[in-house]
Design a protein around this ligand. Structure first.
Ligand SMILES: Nc1nc2c(ncn2[C@@H]2O[C@H](COP(=O)(O)OP(=O)(O)OP(=O)(O)O)[C@@H](O)[C@H]2O)c(=O)[nH]1
Ligand SMILES: [Mg+2]
Length: 311
């Protein structure tokens, strides 16, 4: 079943790196030596694990080889898994909706096409299934189709949505929505925003304005700023995280499209560089292809993938 968490973990494990076993042809029959470690380094970099994390992992494995702790490929795989887990386990921090902050305001930001609106649809369903009342704010007033896309998710999930005409000030839309959510005693307000390049400073300023305007109603809002990153963008995702963090102060990351890339290792690079909580991951376009980040299932997916038909 789509909402079954075990089903989601299986999908995560099958779909990271498209379920292809990127180490399968590397390890069998090989001696654990410097040449193998060098090949492994190349694979980690190709999977977008990043220079910093790869260097750290390799240094640890090198020490283990010198101490003759890695007798065979299985031992190496285990050590590699432990090293990856040590980096990503600390960022497995679920989003906790504080009931004392009501409405709990989640502002969703990111570059064009990263998966913001889809994430909002999936998250709205998840929160609603947990028994919370949810409202959506159509803060992407830039694209006319954006409101309709969000409305479709709102209707599918049976949650209300606040919108204005195309071209309206997104800060005004989100402000109105917070007032409406308050009046209706809504638990969680999720605000969509237009995609923007992290290099467009006036659009980054617009995000800061949305946050500023929200604070007129609630000094603690937004309670969560979710940055949605497309895993397929590789190292560019790191630059995006840096810029959004500076512009608005990201409190959590959603990594989407882990199903559509052979570079799912970028999550490790992001965890290593920023240490920001990874709240959710997306492994497909359907509502059920979304769940809280699970470090162990993710590392298993990298190193010991399940076939797609198991998911
Ligand atoms: N395969 C896959 N596709 C996804 C995932 N998340 C989103 N998508 C798809 O990515 C495309 C863009 O998603 P949107 O949610 O519209 O992205 P957005 O960030 O709102 O885009 P803009 O509003 O244009 O900035 C859509 O076709 C989604 O179905 C995912 O986890 N996996
Ligand atoms: Mg959108």
């Amino acid at each position: 079943m789509a909402a079954d968490p075990r089903g989601f973990l299986a999908r995560l494990r099958a779909r990271v790196n498209r379920g292809s076993s990127w180490l399968a042809d590397l390890l069998p029959g090989r001696q654990i030596d410097a040449a193998l470690l060098e090949d492994l380094e190349t694979r980690l970099l190709a999977a977008d694990v990043g220079v910093e994390a790869t260097g750290e992992i390799l240094a640890g494995l090198q020490r283990a080889v010198e101490r003759r702790e890695l007798a065979d490929a299985e031992a190496l795989l285990r050590a590699l898994g432990d090293a990856l887990l040590a980096i990503v386990q600390p960022v497995e921090q679920p989003l906790l909706v504080d009931p004392a902050r009501r409405p709990f305001v989640i502002l969703v930001v990111g570059v064009n096409g990263s998966g913001k609106t889809t994430t909002i649809g999936k998250l709205a369903r998840r929160l609603r299934d947990e028994g919370r009342s949810v409202m959506l704010a159509a803060g992407d007033t830039f694209r006319a189709a954006a409101v309709e896309q969000l409305r479709a998710w709102a209707e599918r999930n049976n949650v209300p949505m606040i919108a204005q005409q195309p071209g309206a000030d997104p800060a005004a839309v989100v402000f109105d929505a917070l007032q409406a959510a308050r009046a209706r005693h809504i638990d969680v307000l999720i605000a969509d925003t237009a995609g923007r390049l992290h290099t467009q400073s006036h659009l980054m300023d617009e995000l800061a304005k949305i946050a500023r305007v929200l604070r007129k109603l609630d000094p603690d809002a937004p309670h969560e700023v979710l940055l949605v990153l497309d895993a397929g963008l590789g190292q560019n995702a790191l630059r995006q995280a840096e810029q959004f963090r500076q512009a608005i102060g990201v409190t959590g990351i959603v990594l989407t499209k882990l199903d559509g890339t052979a570079k799912g290792g970028v999550l490790v690079a992001i965890a290593r560089r920023f240490g920001l909580p990874i709240r959710f991951v997306g492994v497909g376009e359907q509502a059920g292809d979304f769940g809280g980040f699970n470090a162990q299932a993710y590392v298993d997916g990298l190193l010991r993938p399940l076939p797609e038909n198991a998911a």
